[in-house]
Design a binder for this molecule. Structure first.
Ligand code: YSA
Length: 335
C-alpha cells in the first residue's frame, strides 16, 4: 500500500509539473485529484484493509493528496488568464452587469470651506494659516488674555506636555483661530485682509451643536478708518452670498472678548424663530495690535471667528454636528 502511494505521488507530480499547457494540467488534475481520480480510488480501497492498517494508510494518502494539490495550484497560477480563457476554462460573460465603482466626493465641511473662501477672496481677502499646536502666548497672552484673566475659562483647553519649545513655553491645541491674527500681523504690514480657516480644539462636553474638535474661519481686516459699519457690510454680504436665501436672518448681539472692543456675537436663523450662534467678532483691541507690532494710533481693524461646522449645519439643515465626524457613508453620500 505504502509503495503504491509513493508511486502515485511521483507520477502525479511528474504529470502536473510536465503539463505543457492548461489543457494537460486540467487533465492531470482530474486524473489524480478528481472525484473519480487515483487518490479518490485509493481512499475507496481503504475499507478493504485490516482495521489496524487503515488509519496509517489514510494519513499517508492525505499527505500525498495535499502535496499534489499544492503542486497543481502552483502550476495553475503560472498559466495566464488568457490561456485559460482560450480553452474555455474561464468564460467571461460580457453581457453581465459590471461592478459599480463608487466615486469619491468632498466632505460637506470641505465644500462649505471652499465656498466661504471663494466669497471672501472675491472681496479681496487672502487665505492664511497657522499651527494647530500653539503656544500659550499666541493663543492667549498676545490676545490680551493673561494667565490670571477669567476669560481663559471661555476656552476649555487641551494643554500639551512641554516639548522642545524655545524658553520652555507652555503649548496647547489651539482653542480658536484667533492666534493666526497675531502671527500674520507680526509678519505683514497693514493694510491687511485675511481669512484663516482651520481646526480648533476644546476640552468640553459634546452635544448636537458642540464638538471637541471643530473648524473656525478667522477673518481680519486692518486699515486706516475701519469702523463697525465696514464690518457689518462685509459680514452681511458674506452671509447673503453664502446662503443665497432671502429668509436667512442675521443678528448682532453685544458680547465680550478681551481681544475686541466693542465685541459682538453673530447669530443666524432660517426664520423658524431658532437662532444659532455662528461667530464671535469685534473691533480689534489696540493692545492686540500693539502686541503684534502694529501702530494702533494709525491702524484699526475688525476681526471675527466663525464656526464652520455650524455654517454647514445651517446650509444643509443638519441638526447634529457630530454627524460630520462619524464617517457614516449614508450621511456623507448625500452631498
Ligand atoms: C472673536 C473676536 C475676534 O476679534 C475674532 C474672533 C472671535 C471669536 C473667538 N476667537 C471665539 O473663538 N469665539 S467663540 O468661542 O464664541 O467661538 C466662535 C464660534 O465657534 C462660535 O460662534 C461657534 O459658531 C463656534 N463654536 C464654538 N464652540 C464650538 C463651536 N462650534 C462647534 N463646537 C463647539 N464646541
Amino acid at each position: 500500500m505504502g509503495t503504491d502511494l509513493e508511486k502515485i505521488k511521483e507520477e502525479g507530480l511528474l504529470a502536473i509539473s510536465g503539463a505543457q499547457d492548461f489543457l494537460f494540467l486540467e487533465e492531470a488534475g482530474r486524473r489524480y485529484l478528481g472525484k473519480k481520480g487515483v487518490i479518490a480510488d485509493f481512499f475507496d480501497g481503504l475499507k478493504d484493509l485490516p482495521a489496524e492498517e487503515r488509519r496509517a494508510a489514510g494519513q499517508k494518502a492525505n499527505a500525498v493528496k495535499i502535496t499534489l494539490q499544492e503542486a497543481y495550484d502552483k502550476k495553475r497560477a503560472q498559466f495566464t488568464i488568457e490561456e485559460r480563457q482560450k480553452i474555455g476554462a474561464e468564460k467571461i460573460d460580457v453581457t453581465m452587469p459590471g461592478q459599480a465603482v463608487e466615486s469619491g466626493r468632498l466632505h460637506p465641511l470641505t465644500l462649505v470651506l471652499r465656498e466661504a473662501e471663494n466669497i471672501f477672496k472675491s472681496m479681496g481677502f487672502e487665505v492664511a494659516f497657522g499651527p494647530e499646536v500653539e503656544t500659550e502666548w499666541y493663543n492667549f497672552d498676545a490676545l490680551n488674555i493673561p494667565e490670571w484673566h477669567p476669560a481663559r475659562d471661555m476656552w476649555d483647553t487641551f494643554w500639551l506636555k512641554q516639548g522642545n519649545t524655545k524658553n520652555k513655553e507652555k503649548i496647547l491645541l489651539r482653542t480658536h483661530t484667533s492666534p493666526v491674527q497675531v502671527r500674520y500681523m507680526e509678519k505683514h504690514k497693514p493694510p491687511i485682509r485675511i481669512i484663516a480657516p482651520g481646526k480648533v480644539f476644546r476640552y468640553e462636553a459634546t452635544d448636537a451643536s458642540h464638538e471637541i474638535q471643530f473648524h473656525q474661519v478667522e477673518g481680519l481686516m486692518v486699515d486706516e478708518n475701519i469702523s463697525v459699519a465696514n464690518f457689518k457690510a462685509i459680514v452681511e454680504t458674506f452671509f447673503q452670498r453664502f446662503f443665497d436665501n432671502k429668509n436667512i436672518k442675521i443678528r448682532l448681539r453685544p458680547s465680550y472678548f478681551p481681544f475686541t472692543e466693542p465685541s459682538f456675537e453673530i447669530d443666524v436663523s432660517r426664520g423658524e424663530g431658532k437662532w444659532l450662534e455662528l461667530a464671535g467678532a469685534g473691533m480689534v483691541h489696540p493692545k492686540v495690535l500693539t502686541a503684534a507690532g502694529v501702530d494702533s494710533s494709525k491702524w484699526q481693524g475688525f476681526a471675527f471667528g466663525m464656526g464652520l461646522d455650524r455654517l454647514a449645519m445651517i446650509k444643509y439643515k443638519i441638526n447634529d454636528i457630530r454627524l460630520f465626524y462619524q464617517n457614516d457613508l449614508r450621511f456623507l453620500n448625500q452631498f
